[in-house]
Design a binder for this molecule. Structure first.
Ligand code: KIV
Length: 261
């Protein structure tokens, strides 16, 4: 059964929430088959799938394309669509952008930073919103951990409290000290989803390309369960060898005869 904002919110401190990103239909289909309860179509698509050096290049149109692909692949899974950079600078623009992602198939939207007026306006318009604080890549200068000094930790905590109070039903905490994430998780009444934020959050999110090892660089706080990038190199080299030595077509015929595709 597809989860919604209310049922996800009720999972706080009861069931750990395992969230993964997805950007394409086949990957979304696999995540749904695996039982992943919530998929984030992150603006990371601009970096990990489109080759940009920053998420700031991701547009609403890119997000619509990828949200709709993920929705077709995972019709029964809660899908969060990430609002990209410059698409929620004021409440009216945010509403138009959020509706574009909902029309593409998202169940809720996520946005970065303490945009409290925007969050409150979206929620008042009937849209379920996920907040995001700590490292916020759309506006940060680098990818360094934030919230290390007492003052910055206080700022992150206050932002999370404000985001939850504005009506967000879940808050992503990115790349902050584990002790700060634990404090935020204890303080706010909605689930926290950590990425590089220690083990005390109510759930975790991992970029799918990092999880499957598809890429050249993975953040130190990510985890690789496979190395699909190397598998693609191996497959391409095997295929090229068979084309060159003339065995490619015969090998297909032989495998089909043996009942393998
Ligand atoms: O865009 C994204 O994939 C994200 C996650 C890193 C949380 O925001």
């Amino acid at each position: 059964m597809k989860l919604n904002a209310k049922t996800l919110r009720q999972m706080k401190a009861v069931t750990p929430i395992a969230m993964l990103t997805a950007y394409t239909a086949p990957v979304a289909r696999a995540l749904e088959r695996a039982g992943i309860p919530v998929i984030l179509v992150g603006d990371t698509v601009g970096m990990v799938e489109m080759g940009f050096d920053s998420t700031r290049h991701t547009t609403v149109e890119h997000m619509q394309y990828h949200v709709s692909a993920v929705r077709r692949g995972a019709p029964e899974t809660h899908v969060i669509g990430d609002l990209p950079f410059n698409s929620y600078n004021d409440p009216q623009l945010a509403l138009r952008s959020a509706r574009a992602l909902l029309d593409a198939g998202a169940d809720s939207v996520k946005l970065e930073g303490p945009q409290l007026e925007v969050i409150a306006h979206l929620v008042a318009s009937g849209i379920d919103v996920v907040g995001h604080t700590g490292l916020t890549p759309q506006t940060s200068k680098d990818f360094r951990q934030v919230g290390r000094s007492a003052a910055d930790a206080q700022r992150v905590l206050a932002e999370a409290v404000g985001i939850a109070a504005a009506g967000a039903f879940m808050v992503v905490l990115e790349h902050i000290p584990a002790s700060l994430a634990e404090q935020v998780t204890r303080t706010i009444g909605v689930p926290t989803i950590g990425i590089g934020a220690g083990g005390a959050c109510d759930g975790q999110v991992l970029v799918i390309n990092d999880a499957v090892g598809l890429g050249d660089y993975w953040p130190p706080f990510s985890r690789q369960y496979a190395y699909v990038g190397q598998t693609i190199v191996d497959v391409a080299q095997s295929y090229m060898k068979e084309v060159h030595d003339g065995t490619f077509v015969n090998n297909i015929l032989r495998m089909n005869a043996a009942g393998k595709k």
